[in-house]
Design a protein around this ligand. Structure first.
Ligand code: ADP
Length: 606
């Protein structure tokens, strides 16, 4: 879509430039213009000229301590310093010099004031006027305030044929279905008006970052072929109290003029946070929110202005914002499932050249948990890699490598692991893979590598889910914990000591075990009582405990027990398969990267 931005530079900027020029002009140029060029000579020359009767006019400027004189034809002006000379006047008389008139004409004071001050001010005002008019024209009306203050700065996407359409947003079928109704309404509001139905004024798109919320909002505007005003919540909040509210007013005013249209407010939690009434609260933010609420109440139903807002922290929004009549419809935009991921990859693959034999389904399976933005990034990374290697198109290998880049960072080319470290890392990774593979329910291993990555990982085991997983059984979760402890278990078994390499595994295993006990009701003691609630569903899933101190102690003990049991299970699996562990670790140590197929082949060899 064509984006029309209002000019950013305030008028103040132009005014200060003109003022600066004015000052420079007065200090540097004016003195030179005012004074005629004068030749400086010594007193001896003056005396000789006087004696030779070569002086035309003369002026003794005692205050300046100088004598200014001309030659006989008055064509050249000379000046010299004064000397204590009592006979000066008589000598000058004798030379026939004339004493009348000013030789260096002081510019007429009126003219000088005119030239140095009035004229520039006139230029300054005319220029200022011209610029103001031009800016107003761009800003869309004479009522926009000076210096851009209190203006909404909303980016306006004008109708255009190549705008984003629903077909550009892959997956997210439920969200699209939900929004299709809005498109329908924007096409023909009268249909709804006739029957008396009113469209929701505000629609809240909620979901994790990078799942295409902004894209969906733009697609609604593209499909409905209406103007699209876009602004981020944080742009409203200004340093001065009241500025944000005035921006909200301006935005809605513009929107009403352009109706039917869509107003999109990204990251609405920046202004829409709960007003908690604490001392020292953010006045500016609260005023902005109040203004937004007032504006939403203010316009009647069916005016044709639809407000879409996106957030990844719906739980932090002020309840007043989500009540019916304001943002009363909520459209979840979740992370894509397997089919969604494949579709997104294919959409983005259209923008680059790829070889025909790429298995998109496999890439989508490998990238489980990736958001739309990450998938777009993966495709782009693959194209960059192809260019780096001097190829004309991206291949399956490029895509697979770029998944790893996005997940684990680039390969560290010159990271030097000592031999001992390399052996430990090899055993660690095979430990994970072996425990995963030998527990029937674990996902198959895709790839194991011990090439260090820029993220700090010294090696990793990539597992691939075969399909979508919406539910996980207790057994599957336990197996997952066992797999996570498998790396450390292998180190203990072989080297009889622990290393720091397992810190991330420990973190993940603990998190899983904790969730099983406090949230999934998978412990005998607590039955189906929630001990923790998720407070931040889309951003990392922070939780807050809701139980007594004694219960917390019990939870901690149970978490330890659970992880311990799984750790023992992993140790047992590896002890039972010690031969395979050695064989596979040696193979990995030599090859550094092995595929899941190679791994399974060795594992299944008798
Ligand atoms: P959000 O607003 O949810 O944080 P965006 O809409 O800004 O995410 O998406 C960021 C980028 O990710 C988009 O520009 C697009 O390239 C890609 N993307 C995300 N979701 C999708 C999708 N469903 N289909 C195609 N591309 C997507």
């Amino acid at each position: 879509m064509n984006e029309v931005k209002t000019p950013k530079k305030p008028l103040l900027y132009y005014y200060s430039i003109v003022l600066l020029l004015l000052i420079l002009f007065n200090f540097l140029a004016m003195p030179r213009l005012a004074e005629r060029q004068v030749k400086e000579v010594d007193y001896g020359t003056f005396m000789t000229m006087a004696e030779n009767k070569e002086i035309g006019q003369v002026e003794v400027q005692e205050s300046e301590n100088r004598i200014v004189f001309t030659n006989k034809d008055n064509t050249v002006v000379y000046k010299t310093g004064m000397m204590p000379d009592p006979d000066l006047t008589s000598r000058l008389y004798a030379s026939g010099a004339q004493f009348e008139g000013e030789i260096i004409e002081q510019a007429d004071p009126l003219v000088s004031v005119l030239v140095s001050w009035i004229l520039p001010i006139v230029i300054f005002v005319v220029l200022g006027n011209y610029l103001t008019k031009r800016m107003m024209k761009n800003a869309g009306g004479p009522n926009s305030m000076m210096f851009g203050m209190g203006k909404s700065n909303a980016k306006i996407y004008v109708k255009s044929s190549e705008g984003i359409k629903f077909s550009d947003v892959a997956g997210e079928d439920e969200a699209k279905e939900n929004l299709a109704e809005i498109v329908e309404y924007l096409h023909d509001p009268s249909k709804y008006r006739e029957i008396g139905a009113s469209m929701p004024k505000g629609i809240l798109l909620v979901g994790p970052p990078g799942t295409g919320k902004t894209m969906l909002a733009k697609a609604v505007a593209g499909e409905a072929n209406v103007p699209f005003f876009s602004m981020s919540g944080s742009e409203f909040v200004e340093m001065f109290v009241g500025m944000g509210a005035s921006k909200v007013r301006d935005l809605f005013k513009q929107a009403k003029e352009k109706a039917p249209c869509i107003v999109f407010i990204d990251e609405i939690d920046a202004i829409g946070k709960k007003r908690d009434g604490q001392l020292g609260g953010n006045d500016e933010r609260e005023q902005t929110l109040n203004q937004l609420l007032t504006e939403m109440d203010g316009f009647e139903d069916n005016t044709g202005v639809i407000i879409l807002a996106a957030t990844n922290r719906p739980e932090s929004l002020d309840p007043a914002l989500t009540r019916p009549g304001r943002f009363d419809r909520r459209v979840p935009v979740e992370l894509p499932d397997l089919a969604g991921r494949e579709a997104i990859l294919r959409v983005h693959a259209k923008k680059i050249k790829v070889s025909d034999d790429v298995d998109w389904n496999k890439i989508a399976r490998m990238a489980s948990g990736a958001s739309g933005a990450e998938l777009a990034n993966i495709v782009n990374e693959a194209a960059l890699r192809a260019v780096r290697d001097g190829r004309r198109f991206a291949t399956q290998a490029d895509l697979e490598e770029s998944i790893e880049v996005v997940i684990a960072g680039y390969q560290k080319k010159n990271a030097i692991l000592t031999d001992k470290e390399k052996v430990i890392v090899a055993y660690h990774e095979i430990g994970h893979a072996l425990v995963a593979a030998l527990q029937t329910h674990s996902a198959p291993v895709q790839k194991i590598t011990i090439v260090p990555r820029t993220s700090g990982a010294l090696g990793y085991t990539m597992q691939v889910d075969e399909g979508n997983h919406y539910l996980m059984s207790q057994e599957e979760l336990e197996n997952k914990i066992a797999t996570l402890t498998g790396g450390r278990a292998a180190e203990e078994l072989i080297f009889k000591s622990a290393s720091t390499g397992a810190s991330n595994d420990i973190e993940q295993a603990t998190k899983l075990a904790r969730a099983m006990i406090t949230r999934y009701g998978m412990s005998k003691e607590f039955d189906m009582v929630a001990m923790e609630t998720v407070t931040n569903q889309y951003l990392g899933g922070d939780t807050s405990l809701a139980c007594s101190a004694e219960t917390q102690t019990q939870i901690d003990r149970q978490v330890v027990d659970l992880v311990k049991t799984q750790h023992q299970k992993a140790l047992q699996i590896l002890t039972d398969n010690r031969k395979k562990l050695d064989e596979l670790a040696k193979y990995l140590y030599e090859k550094e990267t092995i595929t899941g197929d190679e791994f399974m082949k060795i594992l299944n060899q008798q």
